[in-house]
Design a protein around this ligand. Sequence first.
Ligand SMILES: *Cc1c(COP(=O)(O)O)cnc(C)c1O
Length: 419
Amino acid sequence: MTSWQADYPQEYQEIIAKTDDKVRPIFSKLDSIALNNQSKVLKSFQKHHVSDFHFQASTGYGYHDEGRETLESIYADVFNTEDALVRPQIISGTHAITVALFGNLLPGDELLYVSGEPYDTLQEVIGFAGDNVGSMMSYGITVNYVPLTEDGKFDGPAIKDALKRHPKIVAIQRSKGYASRDSFTIREIKDLVTIIKEGSPSSIVFVDNCYGEFIEEKEPTDFGVDLIAGSLIKNAGGGLAKIGGYIAGKSEYIKASATRLYAPGIGKNAGATVIGLRDFYQGFFMAPHVAIQALKSSIFAAALLDHFDIETHPKWDAPRTDIIQTVYLSSREAMITFAKTIQKYSPVDSNVIPEPADMAGYENQIIMAGGSFVEGATIELSTDGPIRPPFSMYLQGGLTFEHAKLAYTAAVYDLFYNK
Ligand SMILES: *Cc1c(COP(=O)(O)O)cnc(C)c1O
C-alpha cells in the first residue's frame, strides 16, 4: 500500500517526521488531559444513569423534559457548578454570552471587561459598534473595559481601581479571539478571580469560555468563577451538536439567564427539544477527545510552519488553553494558497475555491476555508483571516488529528514546494 505521503519529496517527508518527533512529548501530555476529562464526563453519565429515553424529543412547551434536565445536570457536574442551561434555542456562542450577561444586568448596572476589548461579535451586543438597537448601552447598562498591559496581560492595578466601582459583572474572555494577545490560562484566571473577589465580593465573575472547554483539566468555574458560557458548535458539542450553546454557574444566575432567554415565570422549565438531545449527549461525551484532537492539529501546524520560519502564535511548544492557532503567512498570496489547500482537503465542499471577500463589519477583505458537516462549526478544521499585514491566518479545529495532519501537510507543501 502506498503511504499517504509517498508523493512528497524525501526532504519534506523527513521534515514531517521531525515535526512528529518534536510534538510527541506534548501530545503525550495532552492524551493525559483528555483521559482525565473523559473520566470526569463518564462519571457524570454513570451517576445520572443515562439511558436511551434521555435522548427522546419533547414537543410543545417541553415541560418535564427529563433528557434536557439530566443533560443540564451533567454539564453542571462537569463544570463544577450548581446549575446549567444547555439549549438548542441558544443559537451560538454570542447568543449564549448575550443571554448570560443581559439576564444578570439591569439598567444602571456596570459590566466591566477586564481582558481588554471584548470579542468582535460582542461589540454590537454592547453598543461599541453597530446601530445600538437593543444593545446593552441602549438599555442604560454601562460597559467599560480595562485595556491589557503592553505584553497582553491583565493590568492588576487598573483592574483593582475599576473594582472600586463594584461592577455588577466582571467579565473575562479566556480565548484571545482575533486579538494578538495570549489566551488566558486557567491559572491566570484563577489568580485574577482572587483579586476580583477581594476587591469587589459582590460582583458576578463571568468567563467567556469559547474554545477553552476541555483543553486544560480544570475549567474557570473550578476556581470561583460564577458564570461561564460557550458554543456547542465549538469544543463542548464534540463536533456532533448541530446547534446550541451552554451557560453554567450559580443557580440564581442560571435562572436569570433562562428568564432572559425565554420569559419570566417560565425560566428553565420549558423549551422543547424537538429533535431530541442525542447529539448533545454524545457530543459532550466526545468533547474531551475531540477538543484535544483539535488542539493537536493546531500544535502540529505550528510546529510544521516553525520549521519554515513562519512566525506562529502561540509557539508550538507554548502552554495552551484554547484551540486557536495564529500563523503569520506574510503575504496575500500565501494566505490564499493556504486557504485553497485547506478547502481542497475538507470532507465537504472540497471542490469549492475560496476567494478573498468583503464581509459586513470588517474593514479588510477576509479569506475563509473549511468545508464542515455543521455550517460554520469551528471545532471542525477551518481557517480564516483578514487580508492585511501581518497576514495572520487563524487556524482552528480538526475533528480528527489525522484529517488535520493531511490538510496541514498539504497546505504547507503548497506554500513552500508547489509554487
Ligand atoms: C467564537 C467566539 C465567540 C462567539 O461565538 P459564536 O458562536 O461565533 O457566536 C465569543 N467569544 C469568543 C472568544 C469566541 O472565540
